[in-house]
Design a protein around this ligand. Structure first.
Ligand code: COS
Length: 378
């Protein structure tokens, strides 16, 4: 690999890999059937993964973005859902780390680093790709407090989160500059958690509707500057996107491992099926494309760690990983023939799981807009 991990990062990778083998992978099939696994969550928290990127002074592991990418990449090799849960938690926690006042950081980051779950609430039922089209409104009161009305949809970790970072209009006439972010604790009066979505995949993550009915928030619930919420959300999504690319790479590596074992063991016409070029060349493409996914994901994380904007790198990483990743999972399924269609061999689940990344945290169409816009207009 061109990108060289430090010794500490190699140790983190090995720790996350070991944890995934022992604790994560054995539970993934049950999570697909039963939903979010609280027992696994407690183990994730006990092992310090919740706060990998939170500075040590706030009780976290003090890692950087590459460290976070390493963790979700490894965990995705055992469970796409568990990795996606963690990535969504970090989206919320990162918003506080990057934009919070010292008081907010001291209050919330130690909780995020321990065992309180955070979620990032941007999308609404009628505003996904057009993120600036949200309708939730947060009105400032004379005493500086806020009243929040509206709702959210498709928020990963909703229904299980302790804290939501909610994006809402504070000046509906100001477009993207009229959106602000707020910290909303789960037990706030006026917050209703709706039904859990029945999803094609990623069934080990919780996804619900949220409704806000005249929620009274104190003045210090505002996160970052008033009117800067859209930009903060976009910066956070950049991080979400390169982590999503790493999750895709992890899912693909898991699918390929299962397909490789099968290709070695399964015989047709007197030979293991790996002896046929129709199968072996498939593996060549799968290996090459998965390597490219890793490069793109870690490259974007490195750019972010260097303190630079990584919007294009992150969009390229997720665009490539979501499209090629889906095809790799389908190809791995094909290697297994009829068995690939059975839940017993797991790969059908990966096809369903990875499909999320063609639409979540920036659809492939939005990512094409981001990349082509940056290239053609520069
Ligand atoms: N980092 C920092 N700033 C950013 C940014 C980023 N990644 N992306 C946009 N901005 C800034 C722009 O620079 C611009 O600032 P100024 O007005 O000060 O110049 C502002 O934010 C508005 O940007 P833009 O004009 O590009 O906004 P658009 O409404 O045209 O939206 C897209 C742009 C389509 C790219 C955005 O809405 C998007 O990413 N949509 C998908 C949302 C998504 O991923 N949803 C999934 C749900 S989250 S699970």
């Amino acid at each position: 690999m061109l990108i060289k991990f430090t010794e500490a990062q190699e140790l983190l990778r090995d720790t996350a890999r070991e944890f995934t083998k022992n604790e994560v992978e054995p539970r993934d099939r049950a999570m697909d059937e039963n939903g979010f696994d609280w027992d696994l969550f407690h183990k994730i928290a006990e092992n310090g993964f919740m706060g990998v990127q939170i500075p040590e002074e706030y009780g976290g592991g003090g890692g950087n973005f590459v460290d976070g990418t390493i963790v979700v990449h490894e965990i995705a090799k055992g469970s796409a859902s568990a990795a996606t849960f963690l990535g969504a938690h970090w989206l919320g926690a990162n918003l506080i780390l990057d934009n919070g006042t010292e008081e907010q950081k001291k209050k919330y980051l130690p909780l995020a680093a321990q065992d309180k779950i955070f979620a990032f609430g941007l999308t609404e039922a009628s505003a996904g790709s057009d993120a600036a089209g949200i309708k939730s409104v947060c009105e400032k009161q004379a005493d500086g407090s806020w009243i929040l009305n509206g709702g959210k949809a498709w928020i990963t970790n909703s229904g299980i989160a302790d804290y939501y970072i909610i994006l809402a209009l504070t000046d509906p006439s100001a477009g993207t500059h009229g959106i602000s972010a707020f910290i909303l604790p789960k037990d706030t009066e006026g917050l209703t958690v709706g039904k859990f979505e029945k999803k094609m995949g990623m069934r080990g993550t919780a996804t619900c509707e949220l409704a806000f009915d005249n929620i009274h928030l104190p003045a210090d619930a505002l996160l970052g500057q008033e009117g800067k919420g859209f930009m903060m959300a976009m910066q956070t999504l950049d991080i979400g996107r390169f982590n999503a690319a790493a999750i895709c790479a992890g899912i693909c590596e898991h699918a390929m491992e299962i397909a490789k074992k099968y290709a070695n063991e399964r015989k047709t016409f007197g030979k293991p099926i790996k002896a046929y070029q129709g199968i072996s060349f498939r593996f060549a493409d799968m290996v090459a494309e998965t390597k490219a996914m890793e490069f793109l994901a870690y490259d974007a994380a490195y750019v972010k760690d260097a303190g630079k904007r990584c919007t294009v790198e992150a969009a390229c990483a997720k665009l490539f990983a979501s499209e090629h990743g889906l095809q790799i999972c389908i190809d791995a399924q094909q290697v297994l023939g009829g068995n690939g269609y059975s839940a017993e061999y797991d790969v059908e689940r990966f096809v369903r799981d990875i499909r999320l990344w063609g639409v979540g945290e920036g659809s492939t169409e939005i990512l094409r807009m981001v990349v082509s816009g940056s290239y053609l207009n520069s």
